[in-house]
Design a binder for this molecule. Structure first.
Ligand SMILES: Cc1cc2nc3c(=O)[nH]c(=O)nc-3n(C[C@H](O)[C@H](O)[C@H](O)COP(=O)(O)OP(=O)(O)OC[C@H]3O[C@@H](n4cnc5c(N)ncnc54)[C@H](O)[C@@H]3O)c2cc1C
Length: 350
């Protein structure tokens, strides 16, 4: 995988700039590649895979065509492998902040790291926009983030033998309490109400786990503080609704308070929006600005299904619509992939 974490002063030139390296952004690289168009892909996250990698890497997905069951991270790995022959250049850990049309009709993107990318067309595959966890308001929590405090479970193994406080009352909190109970020493599930908002069968499983003592429900309580040396956590303080406090001995805290989704700079690019989504023509995925396309969760049209498979189809439509912009006046001799195989990519422009 070509990975450019170094920024260059001169603009990088490409056929298509893809904003977002989620599953749909990755498949967009493949579809563009099949039409001999090269891509640069930019993502705010440090890893590719969007929601699949960041939110549920170890959960199985059941509605990807051809895969009766595939783990979200495995899907990301396979999409990256499928895109690899087209040598995409990934710019990770940077947000696309600016998007401006040039006099020659090309587009210029600027990233938060100052990278400038010049592209014939832009495909926005930005999901729900830049997303981040809702943090509990606990003093000093940022000192523990990425270690003792995690907002998503990337590797279950990190929790083996640990005393874990999970906070929240929805599906994520309940599902991960059940899943991590298999390997953690102890799970405390803290929720400020007595009832959980999770699937009834999951709540039943959770109740059964409490009988074994592996999971302890701490309800109705909310998080009140952290006990530790700023690096290693030794306990999580919780308070009931009257403000009575107690300390749970724990070395991991995983709060599941949802995500804040923020379109961020995309909202300022002058595109027609509908409730924080970009309105597109469903036949081409083109937005209200000629040369800018949107695919995946961020794209909106009547009847839109926010599913990965719908995003894959939109990626195919957008790349076909873009080809005349990259190869003006050149007729497309279209063939099935079974006939043409994976075409050679033209040499990079930069
Ligand atoms: C728990 C859970 C389970 C799910 N299960 C299923 C399922 O079973 N089947 C299914 O089809 N779907 C499922 N989904 C939904 C699925 O994950 C989404 O439909 C899919 O991730 C959308 O892909 P995407 O590429 O459009 O966007 P995303 O995966 O959201 O990726 C978008 C990327 O764009 C980046 N980005 C945003 N703005 C910028 C910017 N300005 N600059 C740079 N980067 C930017 C973000 O950082 C992000 O990485 C599930 C979702 C969740 C949360």
């Amino acid at each position: 995988m070509a990975d450019s974490n170094l920024t260059s002063d001169a603009p990088l030139t490409t056929d298509v700039a893809v904003v977002g390296a989620g599953p749909v952004g990755l498949f967009t690289v493949f579809e563009c590649g099949m039409l001999k168009m090269r891509c640069h892909v930019i993502d705010t996250l440090e890893v590719i895979g969007g929601q699949c990698a960041a939110l549920y890497p170890e959960k199985p997905i059941y509605d990807i065509p051809g895969y009766p069951r595939i783990l979200a991270q495995e899907l990301v790995d396979r999409l990256a492998e499928q895109a690899a022959p087209f040598v995409p250049v990934y710019h990770l850990g940077q947000q696309v902040t600016g998007l401006n049309r040039q006099e020659d009709g090309r587009w210029r993107l600027t990233t938060s790291k100052g990278q400038v990318i010049d592209a014939a067309a832009v495909i926005i595959a930005a999901g729900c926009g830049a997303f981040g966890p809702n943090r509990p308001p606990l003093a000093g929590i940022e000192d523990y983030e990425g270690g003792a405090v995690q907002y998503l479970v990337q590797r279950r193994e990190d929790f083996r033998g640990r005393r874990v406080v999970i906070a929240g009352g929805g599906d994520s909190a309940v599902d991960w309490a059940i899943s991590l109970a298999e390997l953690a020493e102890k799970i405390y599930l803290v929720h400020r109400r007595a009832k959980f908002r999770a699937a009834p069968e999951s709540v039943d499983r959770l109740q059964r786990l409490t009988e074994s003592g592996k999971v302890e429900l701490v309800i109705p309580y909310q998080l009140a503080g952290l006990d530790g040396d700023g690096h290693r956590l030794s306990g999580v303080e919780v308070a009931d609704l009257e403000g009575n406090k107690k300390l749970l001995p724990a070395d991991r805290l995983v709060p599941f308070f949802g995500l804040s989704m923020n379109l961020g700079p995309i909202a300022d690019w002058g595109l027609e929006l509908d409730h924080h989504h970009i309105t597109v023509n469903p036949a081409t995925s083109e937005t209200s600005a000629a040369g800018i396309f949107a695919v995946g969760d961020i794209a909106h049209y009547q009847g839109k299904l926010k599913l990965i498979l719908a995003g894959f189809s939109e990626a195919a439509l957008a790349s076909h619509a873009i080809r005349p912009l990259v190869y003006p006046g050149e007729a497309l001799h279209w063939e099935y992939s079974t006939t043409r195989g994976v075409p050679e990519v033209p040499p990079a422009a930069d």
